[in-house]
Design a protein around this ligand. Structure first.
Ligand SMILES: [Zn+2]
Length: 495
């Protein structure tokens, strides 16, 4: 009897009053579930009612206690998984420790939903094995009676999925079993003569992740991207060598060979996805372009991954069905692609069709606009002020270290002066800082298309350009009817 898997708690005054009093949104949830549990008990005195303590309900209510027939299921979704819950310096792990102690005081039937894979990329290296035993021990010591360790559940051969399942099965019987003998047993049994090479790779990536995540603001999280900063490209080159040696070592042993080739999938997947992203340029401002050689390498990787998917039959790349299908489709398209040289210039434009819109149709859309230079524009509605349109810097080949300026060409259908017409900027989500931006007022915004300088900076590929309709005035309303975006433009700033 749980909340939905969605960050959307009730904001009505009655619920808000309860949540304020309880200092947690679990206040309304627990009162609700207690009422259900009380009613159910009359007919089913032995039944237990489970509810999630998840995201906005993770913190226990201050006043209300759980009924004896309610089990809370606490979820670790926000945590760092490089290190065990009680060891990691990450802020979410610290607050999780408080939350679990709070719930444990209320019940002898604590249930935990723990996560053991990257859900966005099941098949990329996700070095969390050194956290697994510590987590089972910590949860056990804190009164957890029911434990769900969720891995890559939709297919086989996620990153070390077989190893992780096997270890967790062992530790859920006995959290004290030492790790090293278990690893020795699994590696020699599963990889045969390739064991030393796979083990070398395994230890290297885990060591690197631990070093990286020793800092409190560098967690390993379950929706991390293939850009995983703990494993730079040079590490993947080393990893590829380890797996090559491993594959060679078992070429006469069909069972180990299969296990090793499927084990190598994660590194090849990460390499291909990184290469694809780097080659996915819409604009080349550097004296570099996608070489034919690069394409041949990507095609070989794509073919090898698709072949292994066909052989294993049920490899799943991502929890999301769309992402899984999209990757497969894009790899197949890649196989048919011809080398496409792009020549470098010092400046260039990006049309609105290459800029993404969130909630297309609701927050904005791509439309015909005779006033736009190419007759097409993006129209953003005044119903919200989210940063709804973004353009990632990795789609431009910049000269490394050079300073660039980005401008945007927009027009504003104004309703009144004194409001915000739009806001735009460049943001780095990894460093969590804005690199610069503008918030023009409606009285200064043109009804006809005009260029606005947004930011002058040294780009890096984590960043993105963003623009959104202006924030509402004090009356909660927008100061314009619509914002039209024709294109953005990058130019190198010469000294
Ligand atoms: Zn309500």
């Amino acid at each position: 009897m749980s909340q939905n898997d969605w960050y959307n708690y009730c904001e009505c005054p009655a619920c808000k009053a309860i949540d304020d009093e309880e200092e947690s949104h679990a206040g309304t949830m627990v009162r609700f579930v207690n009422a259900i549990a009380e009613a159910v008990e009359k007919e089913f005195p032995n039944a237990l009612i489970e509810t999630l303590a998840y995201q906005y309900t993770r913190k226990p209510p201050k006043k209300t206690r759980l009924r004896h027939n309610v089990i809370p299921c606490l979820c670790t979704i926000e945590c760092d998984f490089a290190q065990p819950i009680d060891v990691s310096p990450y802020k979410q792990n610290i607050s999780f420790r408080d939350d679990i102690r709070g719930w444990a005081k209320q019940t002898d039937l604590l249930y935990v939903w723990d996560y053991t894979t990257d859900f966005r990329n099941y098949t990329m290296p996700f070095p969390n094995v050194y956290a697994l035993q510590g987590n089972v021990k910590f949860l056990h010591a804190n009164g957890v009676k029911c434990l769900f360790e969720q891995g890559a559940y939709q297919g086989r051969h996620g990153d070390f999925a077989e190893l992780k399942s096997w270890l967790l099965a062992k530790w859920m019987w006995n959290p004290e079993l030492p790790m090293e003998p278990l690893l020795d047993d699994f590696f020699s049994g599963y990889y045969g003569k390739a064991a030393p090479f796979v083990r070398r790779y395994f230890e290297a990536v885990h060591r690197l992740q631990l070093m990286y995540s020793a800092s409190a603001d560098r967690p390993l999280r379950i929706f991390d991207d293939v850009t995983l900063p703990s494993l730079p490209d040079a590490v993947l080159d080393m990893a590829t060598d380890c797996w090559k040696q491993a594959i060679d070592a078992v070429k006469d042993d069909p069972v180990s060979s299969y296990n090793v080739r499927m084990g190598a999938f994660a590194v090849d997947y990460m390499r291909l996805e990184r290469m694809r992203r780097k080659s996915d340029k819409v604009l080349c401002l550097a004296r570099k372009s996608l070489a034919a050689q690069e394409l041949v390498k990507m095609q070989a990787l794509a073919k090898s991954l698709l072949d292994r998917m066909a052989e294993a039959k049920d490899i799943r790349l991502s929890e999301g069905a769309n992402l899984h299908e999209q990757r497969k489709r894009e790899w197949q398209e890649l196989l048919a692609r011809k080398p496409r040289p792009i020549s470098a210039t010092s400046s260039g434009e990006v049309e609105e069709r290459d800029i993404s819109i969130s909630r297309k149709g609701t927050w904005g859309d791509y439309v015909d606009d005779p006033k736009a230079a190419d007759g097409k524009a993006m129209k953003l509605y005044n119903t919200h002020f989210e940063w709804c349109t973004t353009f990632p810097m990795h789609k431009v080949e910049f000269e490394p270290g050079a300073t660039y300026k980005v401008r945007v060409r927009v027009r504003v259908d104004k309703l009144r002066d004194g409001g915000e017409a739009f806001w735009a900027g460049v943001y780095d989500p990894v460093a969590k800082v804005g690199r610069g931006g503008i918030q023009p007022r409606t009285e200064n915004a043109s009804a006809e298309y005009a260029w606005y300088d947004v930011c002058t900076w040294v780009p890096n590929e984590n960043e993105y350009f963003w623009i959104g309709p202006g924030r509402f005035g004090k009356d909660g309303k927008s100061s314009f009817k619509a914002l039209w975006v024709d294109k953005i433009d990058f130019s190198r700033v010469t000294k």
